[in-house]
Design a protein around this ligand. Structure first.
Ligand SMILES: NC(=O)C1=CN([C@@H]2O[C@H](COP(=O)(O)OP(=O)(O)OC[C@H]3O[C@@H](n4cnc5c(N)ncnc54)[C@H](O)[C@@H]3O)[C@@H](O)[C@H]2O)C=CC1
Ligand SMILES: O=C(O)C(=O)[C@H](O)COP(=O)(O)O
Length: 357
């Protein structure tokens, strides 16, 4: 479709965009006025990500530059990251999330996929999404944030990072509402680090320790100040990872394919490459069970056969200081989604692909 020049995500300079028609980025490239100051021919900006907070969209609109992100591309990956993490906590503390109340804050593509999986397991779920609540007629099933924080045993954040509008999410969880959390709460953030005030969270953790209160069980994939997360907060996390919740092979490939389709349309070239032909067979592509999955322990074995987040937590703690946050993400080992595993239930000779979607 044209000449391709590659660049390191954080190092792109304005001068490199002179005479460039199409710019394709990921989340670590800030597309702003300074970067586009020499972009004299730019027609399209694409980000192979769900999040758009690194893109100055009003600027692109004002300059007549078309834009596309990759909505939902790695939503399944994040939802499966959350359940993999919850199953680690089951292993460590016999914490059976299936019998707990889970609040999903932000019920969009990721929140809905997480809800779908939790519904399959008959988990009691609370939903908080004031934007949808404002705009949908049947909004009765949404509750407000403070209610969710006070009632939930497990809270998982899946909002965009926004600083304006009716319901901004910057520091959504902060020193004012952290005290609402239950004593034995599990707190998961795999959306954007800035949605939780990290300093306030750390201060709250220390306050709990000094008050001999139970520790929050913390699962953090995203951090304020990336690529330099707060070391003291890492130490307090049950599971700490380098912004990889969306890093399944399928998720990355879907994001790339979505931009490929957009650029093909832009330059009026037929799209000929199909994602499905590019994905390799998973290392563990099939397994046999004597009977269907009926316990959390059995579910844990199956889910962790595909992806056990302790692998990524171990790499993060081992290599962050020597190799760095960006290196961990750039060298992320292959990880697949549940749909890559076919499960044969011997009992009744059925071939099931559990969790196909
Ligand atoms: N850690 C990772 O690797 C990844 C992180 N993400 C992050 O997760 C975010 C969510 O992804 P999706 O669910 O696909 O986006 P989405 O746009 O489909 O859903 C976001 C939902 O949050 C809701 N929301 C907005 N403001 C809110 C508020 N103040 N309180 C509660 N809900 C609010 C929206 O109404 C929407 O329903 C992305 O914007 C991105 O920042 C996404 C993919 C991977
Ligand atoms: O899709 C999103 O939004 C994410 O947070 C991705 O995980 C970002 O991945 P990179 O673009 O930082 O590789």
């Amino acid at each position: 479709m044209g000449t391709i020049e590659r660049f390191a995500g954080r190092e792109l300079k304005a001068e490199q965009l002179k005479d460039v028609d199409v710019l394709l980025v990921r989340s670590i490239t800030k597309v702003n006025d300074e970067l586009l100051s020499k972009a004299n021919k730019l027609k399209f900006v694409g980000t192979a990500t769900i999040g758009e907070d690194h893109i100055d969209k009003p600027l692109l609109k004002q300059r007549g530059i078309e834009f596309s992100s990759a909505p939902g591309c790695n939503a399944t990956s994040v939802a499966e990251f959350v359940i993999s993490a919850l199953l680690v906590l089951h292993d460590r503390y016999n914490l059976d999330f299936i019998n707990k109340t889970i609040a999903i804050v932000g019920v969009g593509n990721i929140g809905k996929r997480l809800l779908q999986r939790l519904n399959t397991l008959n988990v009691d779920v609370l939903l908080c999404d004031p934007v949808r609540q404002d705009n949908e007629s049947d909004a009765a099933h949404f509750i407000d944030l403070n209610d969710a924080l006070a009632r939930a045993d497990i809270i998982s954040f899946h909002t965009p990072l926004t600083r304006d509008g009716a319901h901004p999410t910057f520091h959504l969880l902060n020193e004012n509402n952290l005290p609402l959390l239950k004593d034995d709460v599990v707190l998961i953030n795999s959306c954007r680090g800035e949605v939780i005030d990290n300093q306030a969270l750390y201060n709250h953790i220390i306050w709990r320790e000094e008050s001999s209160k139970p520790a929050i069980k913390l699962v953090l994939d995203v951090w304020e100040g990336e690529p330099n997360p707060m070391p003291a907060l890492i130490e307090k996390a049950e599971l700490a990872t380098a912004h990889i919740a969306g890093y399944s092979l399928e998720g990355k490939a879907r994001g790339t394919e979505m931009l490929y389709q957009k650029v093909c349309a832009l330059v009026a070239v037929p799209s000929t490459i199909k994602l499905s032909t590019l994905l390799p067979i998973a290392d563990v592509a099939s397994t046999k069970l004597a009977q269907d999955v009926t316990t959390t322990e059995e579910l844990k074995k199956l889910v962790h056969l595909v992806f056990d987040v302790r692998r990524d937590d171990g790499l993060f703690r081992e290599l962050l200081n020597s190799n760095g946050f960006d290196w961990l993400r750039k060298n992320y080992p292959t990880r697949r989604e549940w749909s890559s595993l076919q499960v044969e239930i011997e009992k009744d000779q059925q071939i099931l692909s559990i969790y196909r979607k």
